[in-house]
Structures are given as C-alpha cells and as structure tokens.
Design a protein around this ligand. Structure first.
Ligand code: CA
Length: 233
C-alpha cells in the first residue's frame, strides 16, 4: 500500500480527493498547510506527494506554497515522486515545479481518475509499484505485457488489456463495477460503453486461460461488474 502525502487548503477538495485515494487503496495523510505537511512527512514518511501549489496563509501566519513544501521535502531527503496541483497553467510555473524536482503537474479542475492515474504512473516510474505477479503456475508480467502459463504460448496483452488487468490485480478482492472500470481505464471517452469492458474482460480471461463458469482469476458479479480473486504464490 503506497503512502500518500496530500496537501490542499480547500476543505471540500481535500475531503473529496482524500476519500478517493483511500478508496483506491492508498494510505493517505492529508495536510492543509506547509508546517502540518512537513510534520506529517516526518512522522509518516510518504512514498509519493501530491501538493497544491497555492496555499492560504496558515493559522501561524505561514505563507508557504506547494513549491516550498517540495523543496523542504527534498532537503529532508525525500526521493519519491511529487505531483503538483495547480490552477495556474503558465509554462513558467511548470518550469519552476520541474526545477524543484516535480514528476508531474495536474491542472485544476482535474478529473479524479486522471489524478489517480498520474499518481500511479509516477509511482511506477519511481519503481514503487510492482508489475510482476505469479498466481500459481501463471505468470503475469505487466512490465512487458506478457502472460505465461504452462502448455500455452506466451500471450501478449494490448495496452488496454494490460491497464485493465493491472487495475483488477491492484484492487484484488474488491467488486469493481463496470462503470468504475470504464472510468479508470478509458476515462470519459464517449465512444466507449460498458460492452467494451466486457469484451476486454473476455480477452484477458482467454489469455489467462480462465473459465468464466468456474473462474480462477476473474469472477463475474452479475449485473454489477468483476472481481479479481486469484492469490499470489
Ligand atoms: Ca489552494
């Protein structure tokens, strides 16, 4: 479980985004100001930081920005990815952020699935997320888009199949509604319907050598969605 430090001074956004990341399986520590953020980071060293750039003056009169927090975290040897959240879009601001060692920049207003996807991608690039799994005799290598099972040739996953399978594995044991999968993998593409999810599940199942009637990997929750049920080992 990745530990996320999240800094945001707007209460409503803070609550919404925090809830979202918890639901996505993150261990979330949220702060409203720079001093609070640095104190949390000290006590609970994060794997990744999502920092709002413009922060109101803190109760102690502090006027630090997300950039200041980033700099302070880096000074304290924090090496994980940093993603800035900002309403500002000028190139100059982005350059400041990247100079400070930011990994990504998300402009407000952002879509929640996009933010989660960016954070996951940053963690993967940083090597914080695993991408190779072994479920019994079946090996899933998401780095190389490959599934290996005994008695069959290597199966190659398409981009979407890889993303879908990754999402299922990262949320294993949870019932995932089709709508959630659609939003997570295809974002808000208007040309895509829940039928697309079903088709991709069918393909992934085939490549895993799974049987929909007696599933070992992906269980169908009728009228709802899917659940990944295999255990590692
Ligand atoms: Ca703000």
């Amino acid at each position: 479980m990745a530990r996320l430090l999240y800094v945001e001074d707007e209460e409503e956004i803070l609550r919404t985004v925090k809830k979202l990341f918890i639901r996505e399986g993150f261990d979330v520590y949220a702060a409203r100001s720079a001093p609070e953020a640095l104190e949390l980071a000290e006590r609970h060293p994060p794997d990744v930081a999502v920092l709002d750039v413009m922060l109101q003056e803190g109760p102690d009169g502090s006027t630090q920005t997300g950039y200041d927090i980033c700099k302070a975290l880096r000074d304290r040897k924090f090496r994980g990815p940093v993603i800035f959240l900002t309403a500002r879009t000028s190139e100059q601001d982005k350059l400041i952020g990247f100079e400070l060692g930011a990994d990504d920049y998300v402009t407000k207003p952002f879509s929640m699935p996009e933010l989660v996807a960016r954070v996951r991608a940053a963690l993967r690039r940083a090597g914080g997320a695993r991408a190779r799994y072994k479920f019994g005799d079946v090996e899933v290598d998401l780095d190389n888009y490959i599934i290996r099972a005994p008695g069959v040739e290597e199966e190659r996953l398409s981009n979407r199949e890889q993303e879908l399978l990754r999402y299922l594995i990262e949320h294993r044991g949870q019932v995932l509604p089709r709508d959630q999968l659609l939003t997570a993998i295809w974002q808000y593409n208007p040309n895509v319907t829940t039928r697309t999810v079903d088709t991709h599940i069918l393909n992934v199942r085939k490549k895993l050598g799974d049987d929909a009637q007696r599933p070992r990997f992906i269980e169908t929750m009728h009228g709802v969605g899917y659940r990944f049920i295999a255990d590692e080992g």
